[in-house]
Write a protein that binds this ligand. Structure first.
Ligand SMILES: C[S@@+](CC[C@H](N)C(=O)[O-])C[C@H]1O[C@@H](n2cnc3c(N)ncnc32)[C@H](O)[C@@H]1O
Length: 352
């Protein structure tokens, strides 16, 4: 136990000495308001281009994305085009704040970037832990160092088994986020700007059990108290509430990047899911059953947002959260029960 605590202390010390700060974070400069108050800050930062971990880039690289985040009439905040965008154009790309492969695919999908293994997983498997984790490159291994060092100081068998037995995916994102916070690579309030789901009282006992197991894993590693002071039940529930609404199921598609981007269609056939991820900017896109924008993943966790048809300046950009080919009743039911809102897109309002 003492060596575990020592590892955490040494890590924190190294972070402090290297000058790493918690403000050096993806979008940490944004207001943490979940109401309209933070909108100006969001728009301003998009206008200036992103900095920090989450990169919002156009294909041209340094040009700010042609979008702003503002309040909509009926769906909270949304993403609007700040100039005309042509059908098929890439709006921006985004790297997640936090991502995790599906627990069943740890030996087949990169533990950092969610890229599928091409076959030989032995070379870059992480031998420091009992369950094999695959890394697609030394770069991904290097980028994982922070959370991995923290993760490997604790025993996760009780937490992982509890979640796997119940088929839960989101607690793995929370575990990764908590390790990143302890490692000092993200701030504990990184996701606060995102809209939270209202958690039904029936869900709370299960989530509280997950929280206790998460806390226990850290406490058993005997870290300095200050390092895990953020890890309250309120923090856990707040993160879960945001992940529930904003996590994307990452489904990578094979094929040439250019070919896929050229397609002005949302009917790209994806492979099966490789993991889950939470982004900041993509989380501001509202849903539409007849979307004018589309999110896709080519090869790894980096999301590409592109438009499906010509867009006028000022038009709201919306993606589709579900299978748009379902009928009105099925769509309404899925969006209400799965996502917690009554869809007010024009297709639904017209009864189609
Ligand atoms: C991922 S968030 C999108 C950004 C959100 N509007 C915000 O202010 O952060 C999803 C939430 O936006 C709202 N929303 C998205 N699409 C909607 C739609 N078609 N009709 C009504 N509400 C919608 C719902 O409150 C939903 O839970």
């Amino acid at each position: 136990m003492a060596s575990v605590a020592g590892a955490l202390r040494r890590w924190a010390l190294r972070r402090a000495r290297s000058g790493a700060t918690r403000s050096n974070l993806p979008w940490s400069f944004l207001s943490t308001s979940t109401t309209g108050a933070g909108n100006d800050a969001v728009s301003e930062q998009i206008g200036q281009g992103a900095s920090g971990g989450e990169k919002a880039k156009t294909s041209a690289g340094s040009i700010p994305p042609p979008i702003r985040v503002s309040l909509t009439d009926s769906a909270g905040r949304g993403v609007f085009a700040s100039r005309a965008i042509g059908a098929g154009d890439l709006i921006h790309t985004a790297s997640p704040v936090v991502a995790h492969p599906l627990p069943s695919l740890l030996s087949k999908v990169c533990y950092y970037c969610l890229r599928r293994s091409s076959g030989d997983t032995s070379v870059l498997s992480d031998s420091s832990c009992s369950s094999a984790r695959y890394f697609c490159s030394d770069e991904c291994k290097e980028k994982s160092k922070g959370f991995l060092e923290i993760e490997s100081t604790s025993s996760w068998s009780a937490y992982d088994t509890h979640c796997k037995e119940r088929g839960l995916k989101y607690p793995f994102l929370v575990k990764r986020l908590a390790c990143m916070v302890v490692a000092g690579t993200v701030s504990a309030d990184t996701l606060d700007i995102l809209q939270p789901a209202s958690l039904h009282p029936d869900m709370l006992p299960e989530m509280e059990a997950e929280y206790e197991l998460l806390k226990l894993a850290f406490v058993k590693a005997d870290p300095e108290e200050a390092l895990i002071s953020f890890l309250t039940k309120q923090w856990f529930l707040g993160v879960m509430a945001r992940i529930r609404i904003n996590a994307f199921r990452v489904e990578t598609v094979g094929g040439s990047y250019e070919d896929l981007l050229d397609l002005a269609s949302s009917s790209v056939v994806a492979d099966s899911a490789v993991g889950n991820a939470v982004y900041i900017l993509p989380s501001f896109y509202n849903h539409d059953c007849d979307p004018n924008a589309h999110i896709l993943w080519i090869d790894n966790m980096d999301a590409k947002l592109k438009v499906l048809r010509d867009i006028e300046p000022g038009e709201e950009l919306r993606i589709c959260y579900i299978d748009a080919s379902m009928d009105w009743e099925a769509r309404q039911s899925l969006l209400y029960h799965g996502f917690g809102f009554q869809c007010r897109c024009s297709r639904c309002l017209s009864g189609d």
